[in-house]
Design a protein around this ligand. Structure first.
Ligand code: UD1
Length: 421
């Protein structure tokens, strides 16, 4: 199995191109199910999860043409007739559950393997299912599958999510676009990826208002049409490379990155002593004077600090001057990077959903591995700053969400390579 080998200690200098957001692209691809016409998505990231979603849609009968050079995908749901999302695909990518709402809305039936547990907690989909039931779906769980059907069309209704769920909001937003009447989604997720989906659905002919707020109003239409949509820049890739620049004491321009969707992360980076400068080309991140300062971090739904940046920030703060408290409020069990950072010399104590990070003067390279995407990348970041060689195993986690990570970092002076076992 491949691993990433890093010889740490090189300050990064140069430019890194930020791609389209994986977490926006996945629901956008699923939304192609809603129409027999073609949906073209531009600024498509080339990461493993995107190919997995492409395979799932092809399995359902859609025509999926990925143009890697042009960074776009065109999906035609004209001959899409299959309504089962099989276990073998869903178990590899939880976001497969995003086909549930669109399949049910267009075909009146869907059979989707239950995603089950994952490395960052139990992550149920009960809220997706309850909301679809409120819209008239009959749902039964058997044989490890969600079996859902509806007589006629789904019905618009008032849905109040008891907690903020990104995937739940996206599934219901897509389902509501073709439902009969008005759906109100209260306590909706406001993540930029949800907003991006809503804008694409509008371009496809959906009637949605309240976009960007926590209450979405959707008036169902009889059919949706094809559209072309450009995917928002990836705020998590942006934040990850911002930390790569900061943790190595470098100076990097993140090309195409936006300030707007990333204020919580950039705000904390500034408080930690990092320069964050916005210009026409993107965002420049620079730390050249002194050590990082300890800051407290609490993950929250957007616009709060994203849980998908928690592990990377912990790597940074493990080298801070002073102590930091990091509280994870979205997922249980999302501190799996801690034991690996400890093996690199970090000083971190976990108490329930909080971690106390006491900054150390240096980390040392070690063989490490992680069980999820963001935990893995936090070890890459720690390796960039550590003394000596770090081998990050289980590279397939990184490949799920980071495009050409070793090339992007190497272009800025990192000593990093992919080693085949
Ligand atoms: C999405 C992102 C993921 C990110 C997360 C939170 C994608 C493909 N993934 O995941 O990278 O970390 O948002 O920003 O966009 N919950 C329930 N029942 C449900 C649904 C969720 O209890 O039916 C809980 C979850 O276990 C979790 C919390 O709600 O504790 C938030 O989860 P959710 O926002 O749904 O995350 P995802 O959409 O799975």
């Amino acid at each position: 199995m491949d691993r990433i080998r890093i010889t740490g200690g090189q300050p990064l200098h140069g430019e890194i191109e930020i791609g389209g957001a994986k977490n926006a692209a996945l629901p956008l691809m699923a939304s192609a199910i809603l129409t027999p016409q073609s949906l073209t998505l531009e600024n498509l990231p080339s990461v493993a999860d995107i190919h997995a979603m492409g395979n799932l849609l092809a399995e359902l009968g859609a025509e999926v043409k990925i143009d890697a050079v042009g960074r776009r995908v065109t999906i035609s749901g004209e001959n899409l007739t299959e309504t089962t999302a099989p276990y073998d695909i869903v178990r590899k990518m939880r976001a497969s559950v995003l086909v549930l709402g669109p399949l049910l809305a267009r075909f009146g039936e869907a059979r989707v393997s239950l995603p089950g547990g994952c490395a960052i907690g139990t992550r149920p989909v009960d809220l997706h299912l309850k909301a679809l039931e409120q819209m008239g779906a009959v749902i039964e769980l058997s044989g490890g599958y969600i079996n859902a059907h509806v007589e006629g069309r789904l019905k618009g209704t008032h849905i109040l999510f008891p907690m903020v769920t990104v995937g739940g909001t996206e599934n219901i937003l897509m389902a509501a676009a073709l439902a009969d009447g008005e759906t109100v989604i209260a306590n909706a997720a406001r993540e930029p990826e949800v907003t991006d989906l809503a804008r694409c659905l509008q371009a496809m002919g959906a009637e949605i208002s309240g976009i960007g707020s926590d209450t979405l109003h959707v008036i169902g239409v009889k059919e949706l049409k094809g559209a072309t949509h450009s995917i928002v820049p990836d705020r998590i890739e942006t934040g990850t490379y911002a930390i790569a620049a900061a943790i190595t004491g470098g100076d990097v321009l993140l090309k195409g990155a936006e300030m707007a969707n990333n204020e919580a992360v950039f705000g904390l980076l500034k408080r930690a002593g990092v320069d964050v400068i916005s210009n026409d080309a993107g965002i420049r991140i620079k730390r050249q004077n002194g050590r990082i300062r300890g800051v407290d971090v609490m993950t929250e739904p957007y616009p709060g600090f994203p849980t998908d940046m928690q592990a990377q920030f912990m790597a940074l703060l493990s080298l801070a001057d002073g102590a930091s408290m990091i509280t994870e409020s979205i997922f249980e069990n999302r501190f799996m990077h801690v034991p690996e950072l400890l093996r690199m010399g970090a000083n971190i104590n976990v108490h329930g959903s909080s971690a106390i990070v006491r900054g150390v003067g240096r980390l040392s390279g070690a063989p490490v591995m992680a069980t999820d995407l963001r935990a893995s990348v936090s070890l890459v970041l720690a390796g960039l700053a550590a003394e000596g060689v770090t081998d990050v195993n289980r590279v397939y986690h990184l490949d799920r969400g980071y495009e050409r990570i070793e090339q992007k970092l190497a272009a800025c002076g990192a000593i990093i390579e992919r080693v085949s076992a």
